[in-house]
Design a protein around this ligand. Sequence first.
Ligand SMILES: C[S@@+](CC[C@H](N)C(=O)[O-])C[C@H]1O[C@@H](n2cnc3c(N)ncnc32)[C@H](O)[C@@H]1O
Length: 301
Amino acid sequence: MQPKPFLKWVGGKTQLLRQMSHFFPSELKHDTIKTYIEPFVGGGAVFLYLANTYNIENFIISDINPELVIAYKTIQRDVEDLILRLEQIENKYLSLQSTEREKYFYQVRWQFNWLRNQIDLQNYNLEWIERTAQMIFLNRTCFNGLFRVNSTGDFNVPIGRYSRPKICNAENLRSVAQVLQKTHVYQGDFSTCTKFINNNTFVYLDPPYKPISKTSNFTSYSQHIFDDREQLRLRDFFKLLDTKDVKLLLSNSDITNQDSKDNFFENAYSDYRIERVKANRNINSDTSKRKSINEILIMNY
Ligand SMILES: C[S@@+](CC[C@H](N)C(=O)[O-])C[C@H]1O[C@@H](n2cnc3c(N)ncnc32)[C@H](O)[C@@H]1O
């Protein structure tokens, strides 16, 4: 079974994989890429696709969000216990009426936030199984499936309206766990991935989007703000990696869709190849405002 993201994640690339695949380095087809690094892994759509499609020996994935890393590590180490717990939660939730479901959702949300300061978020321990189950449950049942935290780090998305949410997809979790057996997962800033690079490496960078409008603030996946200064820090990092003979691909939202005169990416990446693909991104909670917008791809090959 083709593994797919086990969390719905803002900026997820599932809808874009087909268009993006034309721009992956051709060395993948010739099995000459041995290491794949994705330092903004999020839901991992590209990582899981590549792992299932090509013969890459090592995978390194990381993200600044510790909750996400906890989830990946739990699936890597204890997928069967996680499945058991998620099945219990799913059976319980689906047996409840709507007012009871609401009560249950907010109880889990409260506990998830409260536990953050009680448990060890750095070193693997069995409490991570319950935490990952709670995170998957909240992600599957919350409004729009967004993982959003407020300035104090609390998950604050309200309940969504799904009659039979699929909380436990055991088969997919097992497929993801299999890929994770050949993957190194860690928490950290994107700049820390340099130590894993060799000259048979492909690095895919998918940072939080540069907002396409002044009112959209969907870049906050965590307490860390990814503003223009951060986008430029990443550009400098891209340039640094480019000196190391690695294949680099970076994606972002195409801001020229909104403002045709905004040349931020053209200026920042003037030395590199820039392409555009169409994305249908559901970031706007108002469905009438959802529209197809372009995604920008920047490559050093
Ligand atoms: C656009 S999302 C990635 C989406 C992903 N490619 C997918 O398919 O789901 C960006 C990710 O960058 C992470 N992030 C934000 N700032 C970061 C930083 N300084 N270093 C590493 N990761 C960061 C966020 O936690 C988020 O998961």
